[in-house]
Write a protein that binds this ligand. Structure first.
Ligand code: ASP
Length: 359
C-alpha cells in the first residue's frame, strides 16, 4: 500500500482530553473536507466527510520505561496504520476496507499485541482473536483462538462475507482460511523476545505469590495485554469497526477475550456509531461495552462522548480498566480511556494525523 510521506501530511502531536473531540449534542456534522485544506484530497472528487481513528491498546504505559527511540517506533506504527486506512477513505473506499487495512498494518507491527506481536498463553503458544463489523448491514465476522493466521482481521472479514456464520474459532476457522487462500504461518512467526520475557516474568511472579515468596515483580499492562483496532466513517456515510488481539499474557489456552465478541469489543451501526475497545476483556464482555455505547445513543439519546464515557464507567465499576475509540454517524469522534495511556491516533476533520500515547 502506498505510503503518504509524513511531510505531506501535517503530523500534529497534540495533547487532548480523552473524548474532547466529540461534538456537543445537536452540533452540526463536521465541515466537508475541502481540496484546499486537505493534503490528501484527490482532484475532482466530491469528498464527503471521512473519519478514521485507531488504537494500539490501553494501560499503564510508563513514561520512564519508554525510550525516545521506542516512542518513535510506536508513533510511526500508528501513523502507518492511519495512512493505510485514510488513503482508502479519501479515494472513496469503504470504511470496512479502511479499518481492515489499518488493523493489518498494526498486526504486522511487532510492537502491538496482535498478529506478529501477539502475547503468549500459559502454554507458550500464541492465540489470536479478531472481529470486524459493517455498520450499514450489521453484518459481522469474528474469529477466535487462531494459531497460524498472519492477519486475523482478514479472516474475520472472510468469515463475515463468505462463511454464512458470524463467529468461527481455532482449527475450523483455520481450515476455512486455508480453503480461501488466507495466509497461514508457522507459530514461530509470532515469537518476539519481549513477549516471551513478559510471559516468564508473569509466571515467575505467580510462582512467587503461590509459594509465599516475597519477591517483587514490576508487571505493567504492556506485559499483560494490548489490542489494536480501527473505526471509520466513509464517504457514503457507512461506519465500520475492526479489532484484533493476541489477548492477555499467560491466558489459559482457549481463553477468548472481548475483541471478537460482537457488542463487547467491537460494534458498528450506521444509526449510531462504530466502536473498538481495548482493556481487561473479561470486564468488557460483562459490560457489553461496544453495544452499550450504541444503545445509550439509540435509546437514551446520549451523545457519542457521553455514551462512551458511561459505558467505560460501567467497566470501571466492575473493576476493569481500558479504553475505546468511537465515531458516530455524524463524524464525531471520542477516544476515552481510564488507564494512564492508550496508543491512539486519528485523522482530524482537515485530514491531519494526530497520534498520542499518554493522557
Ligand atoms: N481486550 C483484550 C483481551 O482481553 C486485551 C486488551 O485489549 O488489552 O483480549
Amino acid at each position: 500500500m502506498k505510503r503518504v510521506s509524513i511531510t505531506n501530511c501535517f503530523f500534529a502531536i497534540v495533547l487532548f482530553n480523552a473524548g474532547a473531540l466529540a461534538a456537543a449534542p445537536g452540533q452540526s456534522p463536521p465541515a466537508r473536507v475541502s481540496s484546499e485544506r486537505n493534503p490528501h484530497h484527490l482532484a475532482n472528487m466530491e469528498t464527503q466527510t471521512v473519519r478514521l481513528a485507531i488504537h494500539g491498546g490501553a494501560g499503564t504505559i510508563e513514561r520512564s520505561k519508554m525510550t525516545p527511540e521506542r516512542e518513535r517506533e510506536y508513533r510511526a506504527g500508528l501513523e502507518r496504520a492511519l495512512t493505510a486506512g485514510y488513503e482508502i477513505l479519501k479515494r472513496g473506499g469503504s470504511s470496512l476496507d479502511a479499518t481492515e487495512a489499518a488493523v493489518r498494518v498494526l498486526e504486522d507491527d511487532p510492537n502491538f499485541n496482535a498478529g506478529k506481536g501477539s502475547v503468549f498463553t500459559s502454554a507458550g503458544t500464541n492465540e489470536m482473536d479478531a472481529a470486524i463489523m459493517d455498520g450499514k448491514t450489521l453484518a459481522a465476522g469474528a474469529v477466535a483462538s487462531l494459531k497460524h493466521i498472519k492477519n486475523p482481521i482478514s479472516l474475520a472479514r472472510l468469515v463475515m462475507e463468505k462463511s454464512g456464520h458470524v463467529m468461527m474459532d481455532s482449527e475450523g476457522a483455520e481450515l476455512f482460511a486455508k480453503e480461501n487462500g488466507i495466509e497461514l504461518v508457522d507459530q514461530k512467526y509470532f515469537f518476539t523476545q519481549e513477549r516471551w520475557d513478559a510471559l516468564q516474568k508473569i509466571k515467575a511472579a505467580e510462582k512467587s505469590r503461590t509459594s509465599g515468596g516475597g519477591k517483587k515483580f514490576l508487571i505493567t499492562d504492556q506485559d499483560r495485554h494490548g489490542t489494536v483496532g480501527a473505526v471509520a466513517l466513509d464517504q457514503n456515510g457507512n461506519l465500520a469497526a475492526a479489532t484484533s488481539t493476541g489477548g492477555t499474557t499467560n491466558k489459559r489456552p482457549g481463553r477468548v477475550g472481548d475483541s471478537p465478541v460482537i457488542g463487547a469489543g467491537t460494534y458498528a451501526n450506521n444509526a449510531t456509531c462504530a466502536v473498538s475497545a481495548t482493556g481487561d476483556g473479561e470486564y468488557f464482555i460483562r459490560a457489553t461495552v461496544a453495544r452499550d455505547v450504541s444503545a445509550l445513543m439509540e435509546y437514551r439519546g446520549m451523545s457519542l462522548k457521553e455514551a462512551a464515557r458511561a459505558a467505560l464507567d460501567k467497566v470501571a465499576k466492575l473493576g476493569g480498566t481500558g479504553g475505546l475509540i468511537a465515531i458516530d454517524h455524524e463524524g464525531n469522534m471520542t477516544l476515552p480511556f481510564n488507564t494512564a495511556g492508550m496508543y491512539r491516533g486519528y485523522a482530524d476533520p482537515n485530514g491531519n494525523f494526530v497520534v498520542e500515547i499518554y493522557k
